[in-house]
Design a protein around this ligand. Structure first.
Ligand code: PGA
Length: 254
């Protein structure tokens, strides 16, 4: 059975002290959750300290970055390159809607970042989702386009390493999560995009997560659908108790 992922995107939150406490609280329980992979994505500046804090860590707890540049080095003031991240993290979130919307990252830029991350042995967690406030109006052209940009720029072997996260803008931080059924429909549609280019096996193998107002209360609904392979969690990942509860439901410990 495919392992499920629970990814905590801490965004621009936590002090160093809070970050360490939160990571410790989660790492103490991580080993109980056998069949899931837990990824914590704190702010860049806490990664080194957390890596030390979590080492040696249980083998299902990983660190991730929230973004990276598309170049390995050079005159890119303020950016962090994938090469710099290779010894710190295993995963990198790319194309989050906040990056697309606030920092105007284009589909082409995100595709370049995905390629660079792969070249540096990082696993990209690529976010796709309608950016407008169209709530549940069927599979939006925008999502398919975002997906196609990625599919156009990677080889079959590389695609196997990518994790996708469906995150509709209207569900992020709003408390209005997309229903599990609707989420499954969108994800199945995105799997068809993969199938039409790379065949049914790969379409089934690629992991798709859901993100947007996931809580310990609503997570169970998503578990009913095999096509949803875990969750990308913002707000609820900052509360140790809540995040652990989510992990325990997903791992079937509860
Ligand atoms: P949320 O954020 O869980 O706070 O809605 C999810 C995300 O932005 O990845």
């Amino acid at each position: 059975m495919k392992k499920k992922y629970i990814v905590g995107n801490w965004k621009m939150n936590t002090s160093i002290g809070e970050a360490i406490v939160l990571a410790k609280v989660i790492s103490r329980r991580a080993e109980d959750f056998k069949n899931i992979k837990i990824v914590l994505a704190p702010p860049f500046v806490w990664l080194t300290a957390l890596k030390e804090e979590l080492s040696p860590r249980s083998n299902n707890l990983f660190l991730g970055a929230q973004n990276c540049a598309w170049k390995n080095k050079g005159a890119f003031t303020g950016e962090v390159s994938p090469t710099m991240l290779t010894n710190l993290v295993d995963y990198v979130i790319l194309g989050h809607s906040e990056r697309r919307r606030i920092f105007l990252e284009s589909d082409a830029m995100i595709a370049d970042k995905v390629r660079s991350a792969l070249e540096n042995d990082l696993t990209p967690i690529v976010c796709v989702g309608e950016l407008e406030s169209k709530r549940g109006e069927g599979v939006d052209k925008q999502i398919v386009n975002q997906m196609r940009h990625i599919l156009d720029s990677v080889e079959k072997k590389e695609l196997e390493k990518i994790i996708f996260a469906y995150e509709p803008l209207w569900a992020i931080g709003t408390g209005k999560a997309a229903s599990p059924r609707y989420t499954a429909t969108v994800i199945d549609h995105l799997r068809q995009e993969i199938e039409s280019r790379f065949g049914p096996e790969l379409a089934e193998d690629v992991s798709f997560l859901y993100g947007g107002s996931v809580t310990a209360e609503n997570i169970k609904g998503y578990l009913d659908y095999d096509t949803i392979n875990g969750a990308l969690i913002g707000g609820a990942s900052l509360i140790g108790r809540e995040f652990i509860k989510i992990c325990s439901f997903v791992s079937g410990e509860n």
